[in-house]
Design a protein around this ligand. Structure first.
Ligand SMILES: [Zn+2]
Length: 401
């Protein structure tokens, strides 16, 4: 028996339990039937095995191995094995099928483990050979899953998904991730990378109910402008203003939602220091044809948030003007907001700066702060992609305006 005084707690407890159960059941139902018009397949590359490399593979429940256009090659119940890039192709335990494209499909959900992570979807193995009959040189391990499941993996990979006040930031992130992925599908990319080259994607071990709820609440919604589907880039910390996509070389045309905005919530950004080795500097000089080493860097153009968008390099032999992003990638620098460059005795360079990421589109730090301050996900998206509209993903991406 509970006393009348404690009953509101019980209601709260039972209510929360019911809500979690409802989200769980709804997710399971909603993530089925992936061929629905607004939930196309997405491929994301999990691993690349070089010749001789291997990784633990586990399948739960009934599974089958086949190649497109061929009958089932192998099937069974539960598998714990090793997946190896063999000279003849993809080796799964003792089996060594000859096909260049293999598919591992499971009947149950959440049933694939690769290394120490679990995944939902089916596994595609692509064997690479230098010549048609030659030795296999590598193995691409690619997960195929419905877009909505992929978006969930990105929300969990890109944002902290446990804080209570983050719900609207997570929803804005889900729409941005879905728009970006749909735009890549439109470009016929064979697969997306599972890291910041595209979007950081994690398996099901990292899913939270809050993240699932954010994906469901925005299900099938993407951003568009007059040109069409918006490649809704996003980044970690804008440092006070987001970047202009065209000026940074992200977009070949100017698009209003990607022109950059001021972000007052990020105006006292965290600073960082980043070493660039002498080898990195010399390699850049030689690859870009300015000589054997670099004498000096200077900012030829800076944007509103202090990003070095165009950088003049004086090399040992010649001068060159380079896009800032090229240097950020080559040097692995956290951002282009450089405040000090200090040459070191050993020929390396110490970079100091603030901000994190390329700076285009939604700023994750700002979005989380806005969410905590009570802004809705629609307002957050409008702040970072001004003028963009929300639209349901159509059945045929090639027809998307
Ligand atoms: Zn910001």
């Amino acid at each position: 028996m509970t006393t009348p005084k404690s009953s509101p707690r019980w209601f709260l407890f039972l209510g929360t339990l019911a809500l979690l159960l409802a989200v769980g059941l709804f997710w399971k139902k909603a993530s089925q039937d992936p061929q629905q018009w607004h939930n196309p397949w997405v491929r994301v590359k999990l691993l690349e095995l070089s010749y001789g490399e291997e990784v633990p593979l586990e399948l739960r429940g009934h599974w089958s191995l086949f190649s497109p256009g061929h009958p089932v090659l192998q099937e069974g119940v539960d598998l714990q094995s090793m997946l190896k890039a063999d000279a003849q192709g993809a080796r799964i335990g003792a089996w060594l099928p000859k096909q260049a494209h293999l598919i591992l499909r499971t009947e149950g959900e959440d049933a694939i483990r690769l290394g120490n992570r679990w995944y939902r979807g089916e596994l595609h193995l692509f064997v690479e050979r230098k010549s048609k009959k030659g030795m296999a040189t590598g193995l691409q391990v690619v997960l195929q899953l419905p877009l909505e499941d992929y978006v969930l993996g990105v929300v969990c990979g890109e944002m902290p998904t446990t804080a209570e006040a983050s719900s609207h930031a997570l929803r804005a992130q889900a729409v941005a991730a879905r728009s970006y992925a749909a735009h890549q599908l439109q470009q016929d990319r064979p697969w997306l990378q599972a890291d910041t080259r595209d979007q950081r994607f994690l398996g099901i071990d990292f899913e939270t109910d809050r993240a699932k709820h954010a994906v469901l609440a925005t299900r099938g919604l993407v951003l568009k402008d007059a040109t069409g589907l918006l490649p809704a880039w996003f980044h970690a910390d804008c440092g006070g203003a987001t970047a202009h996509a065209e000026r940074l070389g992200f977009s070949s045309q100017n698009r209003r939602p990607l022109e950059g905005v001021l972000d007052p919530l990020c105006q006292s950004p965290q600073t960082w220091t980043h070493p660039v080795t002498a080898e990195q500097l010399d390699r850049f000089a030689q690859e870009q044809g300015v000589g054997r080493w670099i004498r000096s860097f200077s900012a030829e153009e800076k944007d509103a948030a202090g990003r070095w968008t165009k950088i003049l390099i004086e090399g040992e032999r010649a001068e060159g003007l380079f896009a800032g992003e090229l240097l950020r990638k080559a040097f692995g620098a956290p951002s282009l907001q450089w405040t000090r460059l200090t040459p070191q005795q050993d020929g390396s360079l110490m970079l100091e700066g603030y901000g994190s990421g390329h700076g285009v589109g939604l700023c994750q730090k700002g979005a989380l702060r806005r969410s905590r301050a009570g802004e809705t996900w629609e307002t957050i998206l409008q702040s970072y992609y001004p003028g963009a509209e929300l639209h349901e993903l159509p059945p045929d991406l090639s027809w998307f305006p």
